[in-house]
Design a protein around this ligand. Structure first.
Ligand code: MGD
Ligand code: MGD
Ligand code: SF4
Ligand code: MO
Length: 702
């Protein structure tokens, strides 16, 4: 089978969205050769703004080392060499069949990504379950917002990023932003915070670093990494003491407050100051700001969530929000800032180990029956839940684990915790297949590499951080020789004699997704491409074509069986790996404006590499002096997992006891050589945001 790519003349101007983060800024692409990018002002999320990554996004399409032909290596150790699509696909299908025959269907695993469109995420989950019949599928969203998702499901019965349209934020009385650096991670988002502040609202930021976001705040709390839960319980303790609770809201809309009130008794202010390092007067001011109006938000991002107790930490902030009467009211509530372009939709349509489309549980017999019906298979033939992302990666190539991995939309050699061990597991596979548009660090280790189409070369839908489904539109055809992910999955399904329909048309796949999601929590059945076009996006759940969609899902009731939100008492445990004499400093990790994730894309864009060229470690000057480190020195950072080398960047914006590294680079500066894969017991999220390290100066870099 050869790829036939429709070569229709491209329209002069295409309205679409940015390929990167969950804000999904609207942009217009013009031209037929090199595209020019202009921001759209008809999209509420960005209202005419873009960040540097968005402005330069068109360069991704023409990076010099873009792969345009499949690559294969004859055996481990041999070089990757160009091959035909038939050779590549035949090798994958034969390998999958052989391993399945020898070891059973779980011998082949799939790893997906939150950057994939809804259509691709859906098709990938279906491919794993009915073409490979494997339970072994998970995705990088597990590393992203799985803790917030689990906490929201527990409290509200549903997990949907923001509780309302993003423009609601601009009318709030106060926003408490915990562990989010939006000035770098979604710059146009800051406009909504500025709107609020110009109307008299207050911004409170909780971050161990005085970030670009914290500098714009009315109040900045600077806790030690991994102590947010104690802080949240302490704030609730203060709210109780100061009589700031919304007793009516608690009585009418929630259950379980008594146990939480008892639990936070033990979080008296002095104790919380000792745990977190946040002075009591600042805590008091924060809770007063948050409680002074009726419409306020508590928002969490990765700083609060990427912890071995991330679910409980988010729960502690939800408890605080509920006690102040915020969730369930128009223009206020709790929200999680989704990260990846389709971080929302990516978690709703079945690429997570325990989920089927429509945010259904794969363990629920009714859900299995419904989805099996749409797929045309027997419910008993669907596999059960598989391993979570890190557990899956670490099982690869072991006696009980998968022997082959098909990877779409992630670069775990750079982005997974304890990356060295994960890389060893990838190298021990019989067959590693990576679909990507560049030779990422993970693709470079694959046995077969499949070149895929990019954002502006394909159509589909993305669900942004608001829960609003948006259209990604094709502006030009992919380069000759390149196929879309849907075409790749269809060709493999065909070779594996898979049951079901394997359309390569995004609109057809979307119609099937609608049917599969019908009746589920994330019900997309009423959403059509036409409606998305005409209505500027549609909010899920949307259970019928005559249903308006649901911008604010919790106004009348929560999605729990009794309609009430649930308080859950939670206790502070601290980081899984506390500092000690050998590893006396806390390392936290995160992002910078000009690089995206593993850097596979942004490290190839000239202006972005110029803006953020190399790995670094932020150190407070006092700590640096104690360790004999000067600004610009190369520093070796060592944890129990390994050592990394990065340039010292001295700044008073970070706590004395903490250092920070971005994780966007490969090689010896890889932050994930150091990170601790301790997993949250519920979400299985790794503790990217805290581990114990020691630092040594390596002298001035020549
Ligand atoms: N430029 C850029 N933008 C991006 C991305 C990118 O890679 N680059 N990725 C996208 C994705 S997938 C995501 S998930 C989002 C992430 O967006 P954010 O969550 O805003 O990003 P991070 O930098 O990971 O973490 C935010 C902050 O958490 C702080 N932090 C660290 N430890 C703690 C802690 O224990 N407690 C608290 N309260 N704060 C802590 C860090 O100092 C950091 O400033 O960004 C999206 N946007
Ligand atoms: N230390 C540390 N580590 C972290 C984090 C942290 O804060 N600290 N954050 C974590 C978080 S929140 C996230 S989301 C992960 C992200 O980390 P990764 O999962 O590695 O994400 P990306 O770098 O975006 O990798 C996406 C890859 O897929 C390719 N790609 C993009 N779109 C498509 C597509 O449509 N189809 C196909 N086939 N390929 C595509 C890109 O070229 C790239 O190579 O990192 C996690 N790792
Ligand atoms: S904020 Fe996110 S969506 Fe907007 S331009 Fe930047 S990377 Fe793209
Ligand atoms: Mo993320």
């Amino acid at each position: 089978m050869t790829a036939t790519l429709p070569q229709t003349a491209p329209p002069r101007s295409t309205a679409t969205h940015c390929p990167y983060c969950a804000l999904q800024c609207g942009m217009r692409l013009d031209g037929a050769g090199p595209l020019t990018v202009t921001p759209r002002d008809d999209v509420p999320a960005n209202r005419g703004g873009l960040c540097q990554k968005g402005w330069t996004a068109a360069e991704l399409l023409t990076v010099p080392d873009r792969i345009t032909t499949p690559l294969m290596r004859a055996r481990r150790g041999a070089p990757l060499e160009p091959c035909t699509w038939d050779e590549a696909l035949d090798r994958i299908a034969a390998g999958a069949r052989r391993l399945r025959a020898a070891h059973g269907p779980d011998a082949v695993a799939v790893f997906g990504g939150g950057g994939l469109t809804n259509e691709k995420a859906y098709q990938l989950g279906k491919f794993a379950r009915i073409a490979l019949r494997t339970s072994q599928i998970d995705y990088n969203g597990r590393f992203c917002m799985s803790s917030a998702a689990a906490a929201s499901n527990r409290a509200f019965g549903m997990d949907r990023g923001l509780p309302g349209p993003i423009t609601d934020l601009g009318r709030a009385d106060a926003i408490l932003l915990v562990g989010g650096n939006v000035a770098e991670t979604m710059p146009p988002f800051v406009r909504h915070l500025t709107d609020m502040r110009e109307r008299g609202g207050a911004l409170v930021v909780v971050d161990p670093r005085r970030t670009a976001t914290a500098r714009q705040a009315d109040l900045h709390l600077q806790p030690a990494p991994g102590t947010d839960l104690a802080l949240a319980n302490g704030l609730l303790h203060l709210a109780v003491m100061e009589g700031l609770l919304d007793e009516d809201h608690i009585a009418e809309r929630t259950t379980g407050f008594a146990a939480v009130r008892t639990a936070v008794n033990a979080y008296w202010p002095d104790r919380v100051e000792r745990i977190t390092g946040v002075p009591v007067p600042l805590m008091r001011e924060a809770v007063r700001l948050l409680a002074r109006g009726e419409r306020s938000y508590i928002l969490t991002a990765r700083g609060a969530e990427q912890h071995a107790r991330g679910v409980d930490t988010v729960t502690a902030f939800i408890n605080l929000a509920l006690a102040l009467g915020l969730p369930g009211r128009e223009g206020s509530g709790y929200g999680c800032l989704t990260g990846q372009g389709n971080g929302q939709g990516g978690r709703e349509h079945g690429q997570k180990a325990d989920q089927l489309p429509g945010y259904r549980s794969i363990a629920d017999p009714a859900a299995r029956a419904h989805v099996a019906g749409v797929w045309g298979v027997d419910p008993d033939d669907l596999p059960g839940p598989g391993r979570s992302a890190y557990e899956l990666l670490m099982a690869l190539g072991t006696a009980e684990g998968p022997k082959a991995l098909l990877l779409f939309g992630s670069n775990p050699v750079v982005s997974a915790p304890r990356a060295l061990a994960v890389t060893e597991r990838l190298d021990s596979l019989d067959l590693l297949v990576v679909a990507d548009f560049v030779l990422s660090e993970t693709a470079a280790r694959a046995d077969v590499v499949l070149p895929t189409a990019q954002w502006a070369e394909e159509s589909g839908t993305m669900t942004n951080l608001e829960g609003r489904v948006l259209r990604r539109r094709r502006a030009l055809p992919p380069p000759p020789g390149v196929r879309t992910d849907l075409e790749i999955l269809a060709a493999l399904a065909d070779r594996l004699d898979a049951p079901g329909k394997w359309s390569t048309e995004p609109a057809e796949v979307f119609d099937e997704l609608r049917a599969a999601s019908a009746g589920g929590l994330a019900d997309y059945s009423g959403i059509t491409y036409e409606r998305v076009e005409n209505e500027g996006g549609v909010f899920w759940p949307c259970p019928g074509e005559d249903h308006p969609g649901t911008p604010r899902p919790f106004l009348d009731r929560f999605a729990t069986p009794d309609g009430r939100a649930r308080f859950v008492p939670v206790e502070h445990h601290g980081p899984a790996e506390p500092t000690d004499a050998d590893y006396p400093v806390t390392l936290t990790t995160g992002r910078v404006l000009a690089q995206y994730q593993s850097g596979a894309q942004t490290r190839r864009v000239a202006a972005l590499t110029e803006a953020a060229p190399e790995p670094f470690v932020e150190i407070h000057p006092d700590l640096a002096e104690r360790l004999g480190i000067a600004h610009g020195d190369d520093v070796r950072v060592t944890s129990r997992r390994g050592a990394a080398t990065a340039r010292a960047r001295l700044t008073t914006a970070i706590r004395h006891d903490t250092v920070f590294m971005p994780f966007h680079w490969a090689g010896e500066g890889r932050a994930n050589l150091l990170t601790n894969p301790a997993l949250d017991p519920t979400s299985r999220m790794p503790e990217f945001k805290v581990c114990a390290v020691r630092l040594e100066p390596l002298g001035v870099n020549a």
